[in-house]
Write a protein that binds this ligand. Structure first.
Ligand SMILES: Nc1nc2c(ncn2[C@@H]2O[C@H](COP(=O)(O)OP(=O)(O)OP(=O)(O)O)[C@@H](O)[C@H]2O)c(=O)[nH]1
Length: 905
């Protein structure tokens, strides 16, 4: 190949072969593309520059060598029952007494604190277990649900309003009084960190041990109303905790769910016609205006809302899951983001089923999971798709399936018979068992008609209807921060109390946002609880499947992004070590030698072989006059002033970059373009940092040679041998080129062409052209090569002669002297390149890799790097899914276990 290029280059310039001092193309010139822009700018190397040397003597001037570039069967409220029923245990009597008295007594405070703590453990034991492996499912748990605090309910938990429990408590109390200490011990030993039920039993015992008869008497002193109020509060708190836990589980499962997943945890899905008042209802529930508003169908994507009750949160905040907006406390901003995200769906598309996930955390909101959907439409505008109504209907149908609860929002001023929401809900829930009807705009119809709708006579629903007046009033500047729920409730109270029709008892609980909120909490909790076992079974089944796949496909080998990258780094570092042993001083020397040999040959060709007197001078006179002295001195000057510092440093940096790229591509990082880029950047950065220093050092140290080069005999001898090899190689190349032309044209035709060219040269008149221009070019090239062969042979014989044995004959044997000079330059350059560049690079590179690929990357960056390899990506995804399912199962089992124990008791 090199040979063809060599020939083609010559042919390129064939018009005047005599202008080409060497027919070498400089192919051995390094292809120096240093990626650093700054170094590139230093380069100045042009791919065709090699030709410039053919442009005559002057062309070489200034040319240095190329430069180096997320009715229930068992109520959760039975969890505390479980505790009460556990009072049948010897220790239990104490516990119940303690529960009643805990509310009022000072001792109770200590007991209840302990109880909270232990119950927390009962619920959160899985959290602890999970903590050990957390990190892998960071994404699933990325919503930072606030820490669960048992808000006073554990202080009240033992005070249940159920008579049977109270009787049992009395009986058990008598039985167990004498065995107090023993019970305490037993209960203590029955508790365990890893068994939630055990923890419950343990905690009651622990509480019991802290209580006295005085405490019980205090509880007895409470009147019935007080007891009922406390019991209700306790229930509400329990529900809240349960729902929150379930929402947590839902969030864990959210990110790992795919099309094959059958696990669904219930949410409340809000459906209704456009402008029926869905957003107003949701905002009244949340207490803030945050949903997109406008006439042009502003809800185009499902909005999955997770409401998280957090007592400690003084300033409510929102988080968009899957976005890096952080915690947003300004609800106007939330509204703007939601509007933008919705409006990003072009009208031509209509709706999109990719949900926006938003979590709202506040002290005044319940734990709820709600989904807002685009409103059903009757007609579409010209820029909307003709089948938009179908698209919305099918999107809503997707969400209103079991086990979700349907919140069918109907405006009171529209006949219920025409409610699209009710029609849709009836299709999937014909008995109306999981549909709640919300009648908005109650203020727009006569009270008697409103009451008639609420009586649930025409379109009965299991959970009935709730009438609201949810219109959000125009808020003044100073009332903007006020809780919207309070404002709406207050306006509702004024309206409903002003109309006697609403004062009838059966109707009262069916009115107002507050009642709607309470109903939603109860229905969601009930539905979740009802589905608890089914959900647990689904998770278990999916986990089994997932574990099986993991074992079969990956032999249960744990893989994390960190460990994967670390392992690959080890492989790369091993290859790097090998490289550093190979690419040593000798390698650099060979590289520079090749470069300088090219330079010498170019100089010889230009300065000597093109000289018309070379043949005579070599054959006959061999005199050293000024002419020939000047030639050698200028060649030495060209060699020593070629910018060796820059050239050699760039060549070595280029070689290093190339080698690092090669070993990186051969390493497992070869399948990670992103990681490769980090590696290459690290390489470039180190080399860039070392470049200037090294090149300066080399340049400074070769400076003396610009003025004087002293050669000893040994050096001369070695250089002579090398020069012979060099010229011999050049001769071989020349002969091979001739042979090639001969083969291509044939001997006969070639000699005809050569004869013609000879005759033409001798004739004063132009001869008739007997050959094509291409053939004539080939002939001229042949003449040129033959002449060069002759010169090279003569030079070889001179170099072999006695004359060239002595260093004093340097002007007669320039090839040897130039070779000796190049050796001196190379030795100096190699010395400093080795110290300033190679050693430093070999030290810094592995450390730079650790820094860039381990220490500096965020977990997201790390994950996206690892995901570049589809095989590893699917392994980590399956592993993440497995771990998320395990966590979800642990959490749901802890809830189910407490319920089962209560049932057994
Ligand atoms: N009088 C009265 N107006 C209400 C009531 N609830 C909502 N509105 C008004 O009805 C209009 C539509 O309310 P939205 O809450 O935006 O209805 P929507 O169903 O969310 O509308 P889309 O998102 O467009 O489907 C707004 O002008 C509200 O102010 C209400 O109880 N009484």
């Amino acid at each position: 190949m090199r040979f063809e290029q060599y020939l083609s280059k010559i042919c390129f310039k064939l018009g005047n072969p005599a202008r080409y001092p060497r027919y070498r193309t400089g192919l051995r010139r390094p292809n120096l593309h240093f990626q650093s822009p700054s170094l590139l700018s230093l380069s100045g190397f042009h791919p065709f520059r090699a030709y410039s040397i053919f442009k005559g003597p002057g062309a070489l001037k200034g040319n240095s060598l190329p430069t180096v570039n997320i009715p229930r069967f068992l109520s959760f409220s039975s969890i505390p029952k479980a505790i009460i029923r556990s009072l049948r245990l010897p220790v239990a009597g104490f516990s119940l007494v303690a529960g009643g008295v805990a509310y009022v007594g000072a001792q109770v405070q200590r007991a209840s604190d302990y109880t909270k703590d232990v119950f927390d453990r009962a619920f959160n034991v899985v959290d602890t277990a999970w903590d050990k492996t957390r990190g892998v499912v960071n994404d699933a748990t990325s919503i930072n649900l606030p820490e669960i605090h048992m808000p006073g309910w554990m202080e009240k938990i033992l005070r249940l309003d159920e008579e049977s429990v109270e009787k049992r408590r009395q009986m058990q109390l008598r039985k167990t009084l004498e065995k107090e200490n023993q019970a305490e011990n037993e209960s203590s030993s029955s508790g365990g960190d890893d068994n939630p039920a055990g923890v419950v039993v343990g905690l009651t015992g622990a509480v019991a041990s802290n209580l006295t008869n005085d405490d019980e008497n205090s509880y007895e002193k409470l009147n019935e109303d007080e007891k009922q109020r406390l019991a209700q509060e306790s229930k509400d708190d329990r529900m809240m905790i349960f729902t929150k836990k379930m929402i947590e589980i839902r969030n864990i499962l959210h990110d790992i769910q795919d099309d094959n997943s059958h696990i669904t945890l219930p949410s409340i899905v809000v459906v209704g016609s456009q402008s029926s008042g869905k957003s107003s209802v949701l905002e009244a529930i949340v207490g803030h205006e945050f949903l997109p508003k406008g006439s042009n169908m502003v809800t185009r994507r499902p909005i999955e809302l997770t409401l998280v009750h957090s007592k400690e949160t003084t300033t409510p905040y929102c988080e968009f899951n899957g976005f890096q907006f952080g915690q947003i406390t300004d609800f106007t901003k939330v509204q703007q983001i939601l509007t933008d995200l919705n409006m990003a769906i072009p009208p031509r598309q209509g709706v999109n089923d990719d949900p926006i996930r938003l979590t709202i955390c506040a002290s005044h909101i319940p734990n709820l999971s709600l989904i807002d959907l685009p409103g059903y439409i009757q007609i579409h505008s010209s820029d909307q798709p003709v089948d938009l109504d179908d698209k919305i209907a099918s999107l809503c149908d997707k969400y209103i399936q079991e086990p979700n609860i349907i919140l069918a929002v109907c405006a009171a001023d529209v006949d219920l018979a025409n409610s699209t929401a009710l029609k849709a809900s009836r299709r999937v829930d014909p008995l109306g068992l999981r549909t709640i009807g919300v009648i908005t705009k109650m203020d727009l119809i006569p009270p008697e008609k409103a009451v008639s709708i609420l009586r649930n006579e025409h379109y009965p629903l299991h959970y009935g209807y709730i009438g609201v007046i949810s219109k959000v009033p125009q808020l003044s500047m100073w009332s903007r921060n006020q809780n919207l729920t309070d404002i709406v409730s207050s306006r509702e109270r004024s309206y409903f109390s002003a109309h006697p029709e609403f004062r009838e008892l059966p109707v009262l609980p069916m009115l107002g946002i507050q009642n709607l909120r309470k109903n939603l909490i109860h229905v969601l909790e009930y539905t979740m609880s009802k589905n608890l076992q089914y959900t647990a079974d689904s998770i278990r089944s999916e986990l089994d499947d997932c574990s099986y796949q993991y074992k079969v496909q990956y032999n249960d080998r744990l893989l994390t992004a960190e460990s994967y990258i670390a392992e690959n780094l080890d492989v790369l570092k091993a290859a790097f070590k090998e490289l550093s042993q190979k690419l040593d001083k000798n390698e650099v020397r060979a590289l520079l030698k090749e470069t300088l040999n090219e330079k010498i040959l170019d100089l010889l060709a230009e300065r000597y072989w093109m000289d018309q007197n070379i043949l005579d001078w070599t054959k006959q006179s061999r005199t050293v006059d000024e002419h020939w002295q000047y030639k050698l001195d200028s060649c030495v000057s060209m060699l020593t002033r070629m910018g060796l510092g820059r050239v050699s440093t760039l060549q070595v940096t280029e070689l290093l970059s190339k080698k690092i790229e090669e070993i990186s591509k051969q390493s497992p990082f070869g399948e990670h373009p992103g990681a490769l880029q980090y590696i290459l950047n690290a390489t470039q950065d180190i080399l860039r940092r070392r470049y200037h220093n090294t090149s300066e050092q080399v340049e400074n140290c070769v400076k003396p040679y610009k003025f004087e080069v002293e050669i000893d005999d040994e050096e001369w001898k070695a250089s002579r041998s090398e020069a012979l090899v060099l010229i011999q190689k050049e001769l071989s190349l020349c002969q091979a080129a001739e042979e090639k032309i001969k083969k291509a044209l044939g001997s006969k035709r070639l000699s005809q062409i050569l004869d013609f060219l000879d005759s033409q040269a001798k004739s004063s008149e132009p001869l008739p052209v007997a050959h094509s221009a291409i053939l004539l070019d080939q002939g001229r090239l042949m003449q040129y090569l033959q002449m060069r062969e002759t010169i090279l042979k003569l030079r070889l014989s001179t170099l072999k002669s006695k004359t060239c044995k002595l260093k004093e004959s340097k002007y007669l044997c320039p090839e040897i002297f130039l070779n000796a000079v190049s050796n001196k330059l190379i030795n100096t350059a190699v010395l400093f390149i080795n110290i300033e560049l190679l050693s430093e690079f070999y030290y810094q590179f592995p450390r730079e890799l650790d820094q860039r690929l381990i220490h500096s990357l965020t977990s997201d960056q790390l994950a996206s790097l690892v995901d570049e390899n589809p095989r590893v990506k699917s392994q980590i995804q399956l592993q993440r899914k497995k771990q998320a399912l395990e966590l979800a199962l642990l959490k749901i089992n802890s809830l189910a276990m407490l319920e089962r124990q209560t049932d057994t008791d």
